[in-house]
Design a protein around this ligand. Structure first.
Ligand code: COA
Ligand code: ZN
Length: 321
């Protein structure tokens, strides 16, 4: 049974996009519940400017309030040196740095050119240093940008190489606005894994065009074993036109479990946590399994079917009536 590593992003990618502010205590309670679900990693929050992402302005309080479960890594998004310093003060396990491989999306999201971003992130890598805190870099829009269109694979590989040369532990290939399609995902995942076998590689899909589960299968075929997904399918980038939710965690785990992969996840607990989301965010979520139930969550057979089966089993009964 192949072991896969599931990484939850709802409290960062999901909550950053919600209109109403989610109470700090509710965030902490949700993360504590998620910590018991079997995740390899939880992206707790982000240390960005509170003006840019007001929904996550309570990052320090959330990090201070959660109970950490041994075996789960707690990661946070870090956009610059200021964010790194704040995050290091909270005892994070990993810093997730972010930049876009598309120039217009990087300018829109981070308000600088890609070269300026790289220079800043290089500085962040220096600040975090060789200590116990791991570094991951999430590259946005690698499968296409809603403003630029396609981003050549060669360009994506160059950015991966520049960060690999800085000694980061991992890279996440992000399909920020659901532009990826399976054959493209398989080809790029293969290239990254072949050229950078030592990098921890994560795939991060949004289900904007309904292709996220198919894209996950394509990445699996290329040997990828690490996936970001979001409880209830929350998520979206406030700086990418038309962006919508990440691939839904419970839908993904449900599929992978059926296929015999070892996700390490407790799906019942994930579903219970997901059921609390509408109460927190004030609206429904796109989760399919929460609505439909698991494949073998059976329904009682209606009474009229019982009557019919009795008649079929004993035709005498029918004749004597
Ligand atoms: N934490 C807290 N405050 C921060 C900060 C951080 N990491 N980085 C910048 N700031 C504050 C500055 O202190 C400054 O505050 P002031 O206006 O009160 O002086 C203000 O933000 C602007 O700072 P500046 O350095 O000019 O940054 P900017 O305006 O160019 O913004 C980013 C750069 C990256 C910080 C900002 O665009 C951002 O956080 N974007 C959100 C990125 C994101 O998380 N997107 C979604 C996930 S992909
Ligand atoms: Zn995302």
């Amino acid at each position: 049974m192949k072991r896969l590593f599931m990484q939850e992003v709802a409290t960062r990618d999901g909550f950053q996009n919600e209109k109403t502010f989610i109470d700090t205590g509710d965030k902490i309670a949700l993360i504590n519940a998620l910590s018991l679900c079997g995740y390899a990693k939880i992206e707790v929050t982000s240390f960005t400017s509170p003006k840019a992402i007001p929904a996550l302005r309570d990052a320090e309080a959330v990090m201070a309030g959660i109970h950490r479960q041994p075996g789960v890594e707690y990661t946070v998004l870090v956009p610059n040196v200021r964010g790194a310093e704040r995050a290091l003060g909270c005892g994070i396990d990993e810093a997730n740095l972010v930049m876009s491989v598309s120039e217009p999306h990087n300018r829109s999201n981070l308000r600088m050119t890609r070269e300026q971003s790289f220079a800043q992130l290089k500085e962040v890598v220096g600040v975090i240093g060789q200590g116990p805190v791991a570094i991951n870099v999430s590259l946005s829009t690698v499968f296409g940008c809603p403003m630029q269109g396609d981003v050549p694979a060669g360009e994506v590989l160059n950015w991966v190489e520049r960060f690999a040369d800085l000694g980061v532990r991992g890279i996440t290939l992000c399909d920020t606005t659901g532009m990826a399609f399976p054959s493209q995902v398989e080809a790029l995942s293969r290239q990254v894994r072949e050229r950078f076998p030592h990098l921890q590689t994560t795939l991060h899909f949004h289900n904007t065009r309904g292709m996220a589960l198919a894209n996950t299968l394509a990445a699996l075929q290329a040997g990828v074993d690490r996936f970001d997904a979001s409880l209830g399918g929350l998520g979206g980038c406030p700086y990418a036109p038309g962006a919508s939710g990440n691939v839904c965690m419970e839908d993904l785990v449900h599929m992978l479990d059926l296929m015999g992969y070892d996700t390490g996840m407790d799906l019942a607990r994930v579903l219970a946590a997901s059921a609390t989301l509408p109460g927190l965010i004030g609206h429904d979520t796109p989760s399919a399994i929460l609505k439909a139930g698991r494949r073998l969550d059976l329904h009682p057979i209606p009474e009229h079917v019982h009557t019919l089966s009795k008649q079929v089993a004993n035709p005498e009964l029918e004749r004597t009536r």
